[in-house]
Design a protein around this ligand. Sequence first.
Ligand code: UFG
Length: 338
Amino acid sequence: MTILVTGGCGYIGSHTVFTLLSQNYDVVVLDDLSNASEVPLQRIAKMTSKKIRFYKGRAGDEGLLNKIFSENEITSVIHFAGLKSVSESIEKPLEYYMSNLMDTVKLLNVMIQHKIYRLIFSSSATVYGRISSCPINELNPTGNTTNPYGTTKFFAEEILKDVANANQELKIIILRYFNPIGAHPSGLLGEHPNGIPNNLFPYLTKVALGTLPYLAVFGNDYPTPDGSGVRDYIHVMDLAEAHVKALNHVFDTENINVYNLGTGIGYSVLEIISAFEKVTGISIPYKIIARRPGDIASCWSDCTKANEKLKWRATRDISVMIQDAWNWQIKNPNGYIE
Ligand code: UFG
């Protein structure tokens, strides 16, 4: 079976490509390399001794999609390609709507023209917006989003539901990720954000490395046990494995289905700092500053549905996540820039 992975050079995409190849799927990758490089694919090819067919371009390039679907026997698509920075989405909303929404619509349209009906879609817990209590399950209302990035994911989900409703041949699984961190245990694959990272983990590991002077903790006055924000961190390899489970399940699923992917455990920023210090033995300088606009106090998942229906469960705990994130960072201080 050949799977088209859009955004396969990115953080979650590359770990999923590795996992697919390890489980004997054939993989074709489409990526425009706007926020990624081909290096992870070269490394994966070596790690797995398998070939990966690569096309450079946008996930909404209809001409290129026609070519890919004509040249390869694609059975399913995993659609990761998109933009993902919350702060950037506030400055450049149109780019986010073009990439995350319009490209998704075009991809779906060309897929249907080629009678490719199986899609795994990369969504986010951000679609739940300002939630009132945790843990969150899939029945919680969505759409109360706090930034354009979140809104693109919410709208994309709505479009997928409408299209699936109109075309019963379609089989779509929407996966809502909580906070992916960690790296492949070899240290060969990991997260490579452009410029100064926005997210907690890539920032924290740069502070540990000495590249950045200290970690700014965004607020200690949230209604959480220690006042700092609480999130559900999930190992990227657990996430990658969930995609393969979803792919196996997509054949016998309802028309469209949605699953949370997290561990079900929330950690505060201050707990993460002390867990990091314990695992690595490195002390982390930090300063408490004001809350970051748009942040919520707490967000963690109820993943019972994925546990039961996809037969998937996150198996790597926070110390493994920290160990693997740190291993990646020390082995690749400049990410994929070799
Ligand atoms: N934080 C800091 N200092 C930093 C960075 C983050 O204190 O330098 C805090 C945040 O305030 C938050 C926690 O660390 O409490 C996690 O922040 P991240 O930026 O790592 O992640 P978010 O939860 O804000 O957002 C992430 C992704 C989104 C996704 C969301 C889903 O970036 O794309 O998870 O829950 F939508």
